[in-house]
Design a protein around this ligand. Structure first.
Ligand code: MG
Length: 165
């Protein structure tokens, strides 16, 4: 391949967190009124975590656990939008630019559609890309398995980035 030619690289991310009473529910950086929230070291924003992992994967930079270990006190209770900003910085260092992101939340409740637009704006702002490059959607697990029993929420994301190789 000739030097300086741009190549596209795809990455996938997956995350799951348990639901727990007494926690705020934060998804895509939006606090959503809900009887329970996701449990975790940070704000447990499962959408942002899946997006972060997909971006790191696309850029060949490892995963979220490598860069933001849950043993690191700096990340306790932190907004996952901040993690996304740091991921954007890592990609920038590698001269990788984000083409687009597609994320899907898997949860029985709540309905995400009313919050999709602010989530896309939050994620776009944190990454320094227009919200039009970020897609956030949701599906239920049809009552099946732990997610179907509302014991937790999961998210998947894919990202496409462009790098000079
Ligand atoms: Mg997580």
């Amino acid at each position: 391949m000739p030097a300086g030619k741009k190549i596209s690289r795809i990455g996938i991310g997956y995350d799951i967190h348990r639901l727990r009473k007494g926690r705020r529910l934060v998804l895509g950086g939006v606090t959503i009124p809900h009887p329970r929230g996701l449990d975790g070291h940070s704000d447990a924003d499962v959408i942002c975590h899946a997006v972060a992992d997909s971006l790191l994967g696309a850029a060949g930079l490892g995963d979220i656990g490598l860069h933001f270990p849950d043993t690191d006190r700096r990340y306790r209770g932190v907004s996952s939008l901040k993690l996304l900003s740091e991921v954007a910085g890592l990609l920038k260092k590698k001269k990788a630019s984000i083409i687009n992101i597609d994320a899907v939340l898997i949860a029985e409740k709540p309905k995400v559609a009313p919050y999709a637009s602010p989530m896309r704006k939050n994620i776009g702002r944190a990454l320094g890309i227009p919200p039009g490059r970020v897609s956030v959607k949701a599906t239920t697990n049809e009552g099946l398995g732990p997610v179907g029993r509302s014991q937790g929420m999961a998210a998947l994301a894919v990202s496409l980035v462009e790098t000079k190789e």
